[in-house]
Design a protein around this ligand. Structure first.
Ligand code: IMP
Ligand code: MG
Length: 181
């Protein structure tokens, strides 16, 4: 199935809005079981913002009373192992010490972004740090990193939609897809 996306490109649907919603609810139930009812949820912006918003509401439905804060990270030198460097564009504000932190990201690829965020939360004294990603691109890891909760194992394609972009476009799509060539 494919749909005509804005700006003319045709986008093939990889995970529909319904498939994502079902998976998000299952993830929330698993998260509450493992991390308890009062996690500090920290989305890694920007790509995770729609996933995190849906996950937060699913956590509520699963009986949790989460707090939320945000971090914006940027990674440079993608594809060049030795140059891969993550920087903080906008930091969290909440107290991290003693909290059960759930980091939420859109995609786990090299693992550098999430490994950086996890180390940062641990260094700030989090009691526990767990990680949740919507998509895992297997076989692309550059560091030792595995998400505690994964939505879908994603084919090795550049995906957009549901918050994820290419050059800041397509974040608004309600599904995850890839651009047809
Ligand atoms: P890494 O795990 O540090 O390599 O970084 C993963 C980040 O790269 C994700 O959070 C996304 O922001 C971005 N990214 C990786 N693959 C894709 C893709 O297919 N579409 C959109 N963004 C991607
Ligand atoms: Mg990202």
């Amino acid at each position: 199935m494919s749909r005509l996306a804005p700006k003319g490109a045709r986008i093939s649907v990889l995970y529909s809005a319904d498939e994502i919603a079902t998976r998000v609810h299952a993830l929330a139930a698993d998260i509450v079981k493992s991390l308890g009812p009062e996690p500090l949820v920290v989305p890694v912006l920007k790509g995770s913002f729609i996933f995190a918003a849906d996950l937060l509401r699913a956590l509520h439905e699963a009986g949790a009373e989460p707090d939320m804060d945000f971090i914006t990270l940027s990674s440079y030198g993608k594809g060049t192992r030795s140059l891969g460097k993550v920087t903080i564009v906008r930091d969290t504000e909440a107290a991290i010490a003693g909290r059960d932190v759930l980091l939420v990201d859109d995609i786990l690829e090299s693992g550098r972004t999430l490994a950086f965020a996890k180390d940062l939360m641990a260094a700030r004294g989090a009691q526990r740090v767990m990680t949740c990603v919507l998509l895992d691109k297997p076989g692309k890891l550059a560091v030792d990193m595995k998400a505690d909760f994964t939505g879908f194992d994603c084919p090795d394609r550049f995906v957009v939609g549901y918050g994820m972009d290419v050059a800041h476009a397509y974040r608004q799509l309600p599904f995850v897809g890839y651009i047809e060539r």
